[in-house]
Design a binder for this molecule. Structure first.
Ligand code: SF4
Ligand code: SF4
Length: 228
């Protein structure tokens, strides 16, 4: 006989629902009948679209997490946030230099960092967010790019920053500058780009695009990852 799942109580957008224990916030929302059209993406913790705020029973603290990864607890109150507003300057990489002056001009907020480490504690990717902001202040752009490599741009760090720094946009610029100016050039990448332009992979891409979803999923998880 199928084991009956224990139900727990959660508040979703202010309303009380009973959902199966062990559900993620996203599963709980859908179990309760919400149709998610915004604030949902890959469902596996990679896209950063489902930043959510919640409060646990008896705890005054407002916490942040990814709805697809955070498991609900009894008495939890959840609020979906549509997006995190971001300071987003436009720039042309060709006009920029990979040094601190670029950040002084485009992201002056970075220099207001008070080293509180709140951003690091908020990060679901366990990234040392404060360290990459501090690396930028020291002018070590490559270091900032390296530390922030796994950032999924969920915005949870920026939401908590008392200095109103938009860390993930700062980090994106650090990685772009590093890729363009500071990283060693890769002859393999140049060769692969030439092959792509010559249409070497067109057939294979066409085949993948026409593949049924279950077969495509299998192929994806069985793919060979080459690390050199
Ligand atoms: S650094 Fe900020 S935006 Fe990036 S994953 Fe961590 S919390 Fe999300
Ligand atoms: S939360 Fe903001 S002020 Fe605090 S360490 Fe992070 S970047 Fe600096």
């Amino acid at each position: 006989m199928e084991e009956k799942r224990k139900m727990i109580k959660v508040y979703l957008a202010g309303e009380l629902f009973k959902v199966p224990e062990g559900s993620t916030i996203m599963m709980a929302l859908e179990y309760a009948g919400f149709q998610l059209k915004r604030g949902v993406g890959c469902r596996e913790g990679y896209c950063g679209a489902c930043g959510t705020v919640y409060r646990e029973k008896g705890d005054y603290k407002l916490q942040g997490g990814l709805a697809c990864q955070t498991v609900v607890t009894d008495g939890m109150a959840v609020a979906q946030i549509p997006f995190v507003p971001a300071e987003k300057p436009t720039y042309d990489l060709e006009d920029l230099t990979p040094d601190v002056n670029t950040f002084t001009e485009l992201f002056p907020s970075v220099f207001r960092c008070v080293s509180c480490n709140t951003c690091t504690k908020a990060c679901p990717q366990d990234i040392e967010v404060m360290d990459y902001i501090q690396a930028i202040i020291r002018g070590d752009i490559a270091k900032a790019a390296d530390i922030s490599f796994d950032c999924i741009r969920c915005g949870l760090c920026a939401m908590r920053c008392p200095a109103e720094i938009v860390q993930y946009d700062v980090a994106t610029l650090a990685r772009r500058l590093t890729g363009k100016y500071l990283s060693k050039k890769s002859p393999e990448l140049d060769k692969r780009l030439e092959e792509m332009e010559a249409g070497k992979f067109d057939e294979e891409i066409k085949k993948l695009k026409n593949m049924p979803k279950d077969k495509l999923t299998k192929e994806y998880y069985n793919r060979e990852i080459k690390i050199s």
